[in-house]
Design a protein around this ligand. Structure first.
Ligand code: AMP
Length: 112
């Protein structure tokens, strides 16, 4: 736990969240400022600042994050959806506790 990290505070139960899923290593909850009808965040419970900070030893954890996102999509009957991960400030990351965004429930704009 990193004391000044808001997502660590959510993991610790010090801050509330609208929980979507939880297991030993992963927590998922609704984004407080949703950009789509379904907007979830999937995080490792352990503090990992960015995608760059995972190691080869975290391959299973990374898989769990992705599988949690697909399970949330299935729970919400999302036929199509977007998974996004902002990496570092230049990549648009604001909260430095790694997280997947899952966005769905509307037509996603084409990225090309
Ligand atoms: P990012 O720009 O990828 O770091 O995204 C951080 C996301 O965290 C933003 O979409 C915020 O709306 C969301 N967020 C920040 N604080 C909270 C919170 N307390 N509960 C849920 N989502 C949050």
């Amino acid at each position: 736990m990193t004391t000044d990290c808001i997502f660590c505070k959510i993991v610790a139960g010090e801050l509330g969240c609208d929980k979507l899923y939880e297991d030993d290593s992963v927590l998922a909850f609704r984004d407080i400022s949703p950009k789509a009808p379904v907007h979830g965040l999937v995080i490792p419970k352990r503090h990992v600042a960015t995608l760059d900070d995972f190691t080869d030893d975290d391959a299973e954890l990374l898989g769990r994050l992705m599988r949690t996102a697909t399970a949330i999509a299935a729970d919400h009957n999302l036929e199509g959806y977007r998974i996004a991960m902002n990496v570092n400030a230049l990549g648009g990351q604001v909260v430095f506790h790694a997280h997947l965004h899952i966005l769905g429930g509307r037509q996603m704009r084409h990225m090309g």
